[in-house]
Structure formats: C-alpha cells, structure tokens
Design a protein around this ligand. Structure first.
Ligand code: SAH
Ligand code: SF4
Ligand code: F3S
Length: 465
C-alpha cells in the first residue's frame, strides 16, 4: 500500500511537470513521476489545475535558460492568485544557476539540482510544512536510477539510463558541469530494469548516455556497449533496442558489428559530427577529424545495411570562417544524415570556449543555420523518396493526432510513419488492437519528416525475432 505523507491526508496534491532539454531530462521526469506517485501525489493534465508546478530544465544554450526564466515570470501571476502553489525548478539549470534563481524569481519555492531528484518527495513535503524556500544542490549526491515501472508516458517504449554524466569536456559544452562525472551502471542492474519493463508491456527501449560508446569505463572486466547489447538482445518480448548518443571518438567496429548482428538492435546511429572542419573540431576538443568521422560512417554503412544516421551540428563556433563552414556543408552532403539537429553556438559561462572570442556575428550564425537546415531538408526528402514502394516494419503507437482516421508509428530507424488502415476494418477496434504491435507498411508517399503508407496485410508480425 502507498502511504501518504502526513501533510497530505485527505487530498492528494496534484503535480504538473514540464520538461525541457534532452532525453535524459525526459527520463528524470519519468523517474520523478514514479517516485512522487509512490508518495501519494497525483498528476494534473494542465498547469492551471496543479498544486505543484515543476519545471525540469536545460542549460545547454542560453535560449533554453531564457525560456525557463520567461515561464517562471508568467507563473508569478498564478502564484499571486494561489499563494499555496508550490513552484520548483529542477535539473540542469537548477544546478547551474542555483541561488540566482531565487534572486531573479523570488516566488520560486524549490531549486533542485541534477543529483537531488530522488529527494524530491521529501523536499516538497518540507516546503509544505515550513513554507520556506529550499535550495537542494549537491555536487556529489547519488544519482537516482530507481524506477516504478508502471509510471510511464508510453506503455510500449521506455528510456533506460546506462550511464550518467560526461567526462569529455568539449570546449563549448556545459553538460559535464551540470551533470557531473561519467559513471556507468552495472550490466546486471540494466538487464534487470529492462526485464521489468518488458514484463510491464514495454517492446522498445532506448539506452541513454551522453556518450554511450564509452559505456563500461570504470566497471570491472571487459564491459562495453557491444557486450551490453549482446546481453539485452535475447530478452524475450523485447523487440527493439536503440541507443544514444554516440561519440565518434569512442565508436568501435565491435559496437557496429553488434548492431549489424543482433536482430533487436535498430539500424540507427545518433552520432553528432558538430563540424566538418578539422580546425574547428580541434578547438571544440572533439578528439577526431572529419576524415575519421567519414570512415566511421562508411564502416557503419558497410557493416549495417540500411543504417540511418542522425547528427548534431554547431554553426558559428569562434573562429569559424566561410571555408570552415563549407567543410561542414560538404560533410553533411557526403554522409547524408537522415536528420540533424542544428544549433547556433551559444557561449556558456564556465566552459573553456568562452576564452575564445565569439566572433561570428548573429546574422552569419543565422544564415549558416538556415543553409544547413535547407540542405538537411533536401537530403531527408530525397532519402525518403527512395523508400516509396518499399515495405517497412512499424511499431504502432496509436491514432494520428494530425491525420484523422489514420494510425501512426515508427520505423526501426526512428522515422514517423502515418498509415491507412485496411478497408472494411472497424477503425476504433483496429487502432486499439494494433497499438504496440509490429506491422509491415508499404510506403507510398513522404515529406522530409514523415513517411506515408498503407497497411495491406493485416496478419501483423507479432515477433520481430
Ligand atoms: N552528449 C551529446 C550531446 C549533448 S548536448 C554528444 O556529445 O553528442 C546536445 C547538442 O547540443 C550537442 O551535440 C551540440 O550540438 C549542442 N550544443 C552543446 N553545447 C552547445 C553550445 N554551447 N552552443 C550550441 N550548441 C551546443
Ligand atoms: Fe557535451 Fe561533449 Fe559531453 Fe556531449 S560529449 S555532453 S557535447 S561534453
Ligand atoms: Fe540535457 Fe540540457 Fe541537461 S541537453 S543534460 S537537459 S543541459
């Protein structure tokens, strides 16, 4: 039985959590929802109905922090209307800004850093009892991995953290400062967690880490991402395994061979290049050259047929000339990512790149950003056209919100597929019976981001392997 904290007897406070930033943050939100539910909290669909509003935040670019400050600003009015409302800032920006958040936003009750998530229920109770502001930032605190498996947003799919923190200190990046040192979880813990998730109906997992290719560092024996994938793949009922993010400096043939051989491991690599210029890569402290990146992509394509690549690029890094940028354009053109995340360089206080002058003007950053976005859009559109007439395996998520009457799912390469149901089949019945199943869809049309197709054969593929 779940016991409620004393202060909550009678009614359970409703929490609303808004998540910014990367998948790691989405996972922290999921884990927090689990631990709060265990302590008797319930959850509001809308922030206006909440007794507790928590913002799980990101610091990776200045814009991400701005967004949170502006939301906190507008929440002031809500707090004036309802002084009992508890307002909390969690995660990377809480870790990064600390006390400053209270100074700028005195109506905030809680600032809870990246290593204090597991204490969230107690911290909220303390605030309810004492009505004091709490700053909870611990540089060495334990990172929480506990999970209440039944509390997930998507029943069929889950994130699983295989490591925390980052030791790479790329010169532009704040993540090592807000997330701490790299730490790998044991294979047994991960396997147990995945088994629990599969027993709970999960078909697909995404292994998370800032640099999953260095998984195993610090563990005893020879443990690598490849060995972990080999342990996870045979788990009965687990259909798909994804992993991200891959760092080119630690990618190995052994990992790619595991991806190629293991039926459950999906043919998809999120491997950020950041730049195509060796001069800039060096200043970024990425520890590889663009030639090495190209070799890895060639190796991946030859070992894993049909593999698709996603990349991150930063434009306008200090000292990036037109020629440097052209090399990035050339790299993207050559490796042909399926999709890319493209960012304008944003100096972060405390990182070593702030010693360099941020000399690429905003207008140039914007135009380089647009050039890469356009190029990526063209490549994605062309690559998707090549899929027309082909049949792809889709994990069905449910009804499409934007295309009435159609269903939506994802391919093994993480592409969205919107598809028609076979004629003569009760639509509501089909969508509920197909959700969480693997089906084969024939692709007939596409845009840069979406594939459209038909489910021709209703005898779906229960087991992928
Ligand atoms: N661990 C991942 C990325 C984490 S941050 C990796 O190493 O690939 C996600 C992306 O944000 C990075 O890949 C980078 O492209 C971008 N990024 C990080 N710091 C940035 C900054 N200061 N300015 C602009 N983009 C940045
Ligand atoms: Fe940041 Fe580099 Fe670590 Fe990725 S590998 S989180 S870009 S320091
Ligand atoms: Fe992720 Fe942003 Fe933190 S990218 S690790 S939420 S700084």
């Amino acid at each position: 039985m779940i016991s409620k904290p004393k202060t909550m007897e009678g009614s359970s406070p409703r929490v609303y959590i808004k998540t910014f930033g990367c998948q790691m943050n989405k996972l922290d939100t999921e884990l927090s929802i689990g631990s709060l539910a265990k302590r008797g909290y319930s959850f509001a669909e809308d922030e206006n109905d909440a007794d507790v509003i928590l913002l799980n935040t990101c610091s990776v670019r200045d814009k991400a922090e701005h967004k949170v400050y502006s939301q906190l600003g507008s929440l002031r009015y809500q707090k004036e209307r309802n002084p009992e409302l508890i307002l909390g800032v969690l995660g990377c920006m809480a870790q990064n800004e600390g006390e400053k958040i209270f100074k700028r936003m005195p109506h905030v009750n809680l600032v809870c850093g990246t290593r204090m998530f597991s204490k969230l229920p107690e911290l909220l109770e303390k605030i309810t009892e004492s009505n004091k502001q709490i700053l909870a930032i611990d540089e060495d605190g334990e990172v929480n991995f506990d999970r209440l498996v039944t509390q997930r947003q998507n029943q069929y799919s889950a994130f699983v953290s295989i490591m925390r923190g980052c030791d790479n200190y790329c010169s532009y990046c704040i993540v090592p400062y807000v997330r701490g040192r790299e730490f790998s979880r044991s294979v047994t813990d991960i396997v147990d967690e995945v088994k629990g998730l599969v027993d709970d109906g999960c078909k697909e997992i995404t292994l998370l880490g800032q640099n999953v290719n260095s998984y195993g560092k610090g563990l005893t024996g020879k443990v690598t991402l490849a060995t972990l994938l080999r342990e996870l793949d045979p788990i009965e009922g687990l259909e798909r395994i994804h992993f991200l993010t891959s760092h080119p400096k630690d990618m190995t043939r052994e990992i790619l061979e595991a991806v190629g051989e293991l039926p459950g491991v999906c043919e998809y690599l999120h491997m950020p290049a950041q730049s195509g210029s060796d001069k800039i890569l060096k200043k970024m402290r990425r520890q590889y050259t663009s030639a090495h990146y190209r070799e890895l992509v060639e190796m991946a394509k030859s070992i894993v047929p049909g593999i698709k690549l996603a990349g991150d690029f930063i434009v306008g890094f200090p000292g990036e000339t037109e020629e440097d940028f052209e090399e990035t354009v050339k790299l993207l053109n050559d490796v042909r990512c399926q999709n890319s995340f493209i960012f304008k360089y944003s100096p972060r206080t405390g990182t070593s790149a702030t010693e360099l002058i941020d000399d690429v003007i905003e207008e140039t950053k914007k135009s380089r950003n647009n050039i890469l976005l356009e190029l990526q859009k063209r490549i994605s559109t062309e690559e998707n056209k090549k899929m027309h007439g082909k049949s792809v395996e889709v994990l069905v998520e449910g009804e499409s919100k934007t295309n009435a009457g159609r269903l939506i799912g994802r391919t093994r390469q993480n592409q969205i597929v919107v598809f028609n149901q076979p004629e003569g089949i009760n639509q509501a019945g089909t969508s509920s019976s197909l959700s969480g199943k693997l089906v084969n869809i024939e692709i007939v049309d596409s845009t840069d981001l979406t594939l459209f197709g038909d489910l021709r054969d209703f005898s779906f593929n229960e087991m992928a392997h």
